[in-house]
Design a protein around this ligand. Sequence first.
Ligand code: PEP
Ligand code: MN
Length: 349
Amino acid sequence: MIVAMKADALQAEIKAVIDRISNHDLNALPLPGGERTAIGIASAIPPDMRSDLTSLLESMPGVDHVTQVTRTYKRASREFHPGDTLITVKGVTIGGNEVIVAAGPCAIESREQLFSAAEVVKACGGKMLRGGAFKPRTSPYAFQGLGIEGLKMLKEAGEATGLVTATEVMDQHELDAVVEHADIIQIGARNMQNYPLLIAVGKTNRPVILKRGPSATIDEWLLAAEYILAQGNQDVILCERGVHPLERGHTRYTLDLSAVPVARFLSHLPVIVDPSHACGNWRYVSAMSKAAVAAGADGLLMEIHPDPAHALCDGAQSLKLDAFSELITQLRGVAAAVGRGISTPPLPA
Ligand code: PEP
Ligand code: MN
């Protein structure tokens, strides 16, 4: 439910509405707008209370009208927050006109591997360096990541290049270390519905990339975002990374590109796309990256590796550094065609 105040409503009238909502044990969320204030009710309102509460609030001084919010998520919804959310980290804004390129290895394997990827990301105009230190592997015998040592390398690479850094947290016990070493916390697809973890990252002051679970509907994804937002952390970046496929063998998942305009319509949060995990094969990453930018993605999250054939994780879907560089140049035209900017290397004279 949203209570729209009149444009000339007094502060005391706004406060009275908030108090009245709170007296019903409901959570009132002031939403200051350009012309007038609205007050959202972020809790679920018992059905038998709805009509009486609507009449009561509509009778209060300064109230213009009351509308019902149809979505189960509130803070993530455009109904509550019509304007786009912009998230700025180290001078880089996600969710604005510029499409942000984030890239790096699936797993941090060594200082040399990470730094050679980081230098190419930087040289190509990329803004963010990704790299996993704690890896969610399907097999318990597969390389699980360098842990804290990897986080230290990521921090060092971020400081050396000025790139924003992002890394996955899998467990609450690792959260302090991740917050200490990285600029952005990634919640992986497997953990999209790990509610204690979402609550814990919601209590931090770091932006969160929230991957969509491969079997999650868009509403479930936005409700997962709501868990983070409800704890006070407003900086959530939604990331589509492919859903469980009909296809078997040629691609790892199916990139649900329609999720981009749908999530942008339903929510004010930035939406980025990870074509690497969706495709599972470097050969298709370039085409799907271009398609993602054309579909309105606010950014791309890509896996790149100096030597994919010897990667310890996800080599098959990692672009070689020169292929990445070529792709970034090609993305310039796609971004321009949809009225977006993208930071790429200068065109040859
Ligand atoms: C990753 O980004 O390295 C990763 C494990 O991705 P996802 O959670 O989308 O599988
Ligand atoms: Mn990976």
